[in-house]
Design a protein around this ligand. Sequence first.
Ligand code: TRP
Length: 454
Amino acid sequence: MQTRVLTGITTTGTPHLGNYVGAIRPAVQASRRDDVDAFYFMADYHALIKSGDADRIERSRLEIAATWLAAGLDPQRVTFYRQSDIAEIPELTWFLTCIAAKGMLNRAHAYKAAVDRNTETGEDADAGINAGLYMYPVLMAADILAFDAHKVPVGRDQIQHIEMARDLGQRFNHIHGREFFVLPEALIEEQVATLPGLDGRKMSKSYDNTIPLFAGGKKQLRETIMRIVTDSRLPGEPKDADNSALFTIFRAFAGENEATAFRQSLLDGMGWGDAKQALYERVEQDVAPMRERYEALIADPSDIERILQEGAIKARAIATPKIAALRDALGLRSASSSSKKPAPTKTAVKSSKAPRFASFRDADGSFRFRLFSADGDELLLSVPFSDPKAAGALQKRIKTAGTDGVALQIDALRVVLELDGEPVASSTDYRDEPTCDDALAQLRQAIDQLAAGE
Ligand code: TRP
């Protein structure tokens, strides 16, 4: 079976070397694998949250599309499209909005960070925050769930959003009693390099330390590389290659032998100026053929337009029937259709307010379950079981036991639930002790709520 891999690229900036090495190159490589069905799209609705500058958004959409195509993305193989061409996405966003716990969105990092900034400066908590930022995770969940993506390659900062997408998908499935949505998983590529920028910090537009991939051509590329900050060691003095941004960038482009040779030259005292020239030449070797394709695409964007429209047709072929099924499930049916559906069951109505278990089958075939709080936070993940009945029996026991009947402990930064002296479920690792303590309190409450409901 193919794994559907989906990711979105927010169209606000101009691609730089860090984007290329960290996201574009690995995504293009993944898309060539036979076991991968790749969906890549321009997240231009997300861009509207950050920017009201129409020209900039237009330019960024074009530049990003051209960059990905120039980097070797094959639109025949991949479904490559613009989010804003898929009318089903905002429609699904609304369906998900109506089951999203507001409390969950209050806890989303991007929104919370904006609130914290306001509070620090003594402003009203929500000053200057648009509701788009608040709803950002729901839009992102719709991007993912509309296409039943299995894996979502993202940076660490986005893991929480994938968890929310899972939660929303699971909630919908549970309320409507059917597996409407595949539950996605974040794919964090540990070995993919994060490139340092000109000042040695992570290359990022927000630090203003980027090296452009194509913008400004090879002249700009060379000039920017010449501005990489180094120490003041003179030619002839040995350089600390392993702590130099120059070497890290070189290694992201070169093969192993080349990188070893470059490192040795630095240790042997190559001057920084020569090292920068060598780095420029190595990067340019990879970038030059792509830049040529990029410039041809930008010069006549009608090819890009056609490719993206074809991508939208492919994407909608999946999203349209899916939304039709959801509309039907939600009761948004044609008045003349005679499909009388049974009224929702009592448990379905109750489910949106009570803590709940959700069972699933792991990639290795084992059976597990998660416990979610009434607010939809994931509290526990069970150990794997080979027998689904054993997993079911355990849920039943936890439900009836109440907090007195189970042992709850904190182990490092995770909460562990034990029964008969055996750990049977645990939480994820929390970032600090107060968060872990909160989670334990939440879990206690959930278990007591479950016991009260039995
Ligand atoms: N929010 C993502 C980012 O800033 C971009 C994005 C939007 C996305 N929708 C997505 C990524 C869906 C993965 C899946 O990086």
